[in-house]
Design a protein around this ligand. Structure first.
Ligand SMILES: [Zn+2]
Length: 141
């Protein structure tokens, strides 16, 4: 239970064997995607097997980091305590240049300036010594 006056810690993602390459790359300021070595399809988020053909065989390939804004929502409380303190919390879905979608955060502009299909680029936000989040910001034109 939270005690009055206690600042909630930001929840951090678990690093699992099948997601470790993604987190390692993000910490190095690179965006990588799992690609099935049997059918060749990209997917995100990483899964233990290909969502297209079921194969467990995959490799990690670099993504350009370029994306467009697909949609977004504003999350209002109730949320986990950390996020409730920062509400309303915008969450976006972006379409990567490679065609797969990611749910992330858009930084650098207020939600009132979000526009459908606006060009974005990946950026990275350190959480701790192991983890960096992939976020997106508007692309400079
Ligand atoms: Zn496949």
């Amino acid at each position: 239970m939270d005690e009055p006056g206690m600042v909630a810690e930001r929840p951090t993602p678990e690093i699992e064997p099948h997601t470790e390459p993604f987190w390692r790359a993000a910490k190095e300021r690179r965006l990588v995607l799992p690609r099935c070595t049997d059918c060749g399809e990209l997917q995100f988020p990483p899964e233990l097997s290909c969502v297209h053909c079921g194969s467990p065989n995959q490799e990690w390939v670099p993504a350009s980091g370029r994306a467009t804004l697909y949609t977004w929502t504003l999350c209002h409380p109730p949320l986990l305590p950390y996020f409730a303190a920062h509400a309303p919390w915008p969450v976006v879905a972006v379409t990567l240049e490679e065609g797969v979608r990611m749910v992330a955060r858009l930084v650098g502009i207020p939600e009132s300036q979000y526009e459908m299909e606006m060009p974005l680029v990946a950026d990275y936000e350190d959480l701790d010594d192991e983890r960096a989040l992939v976020v997106f910001r508007p692309a400079l034109s």
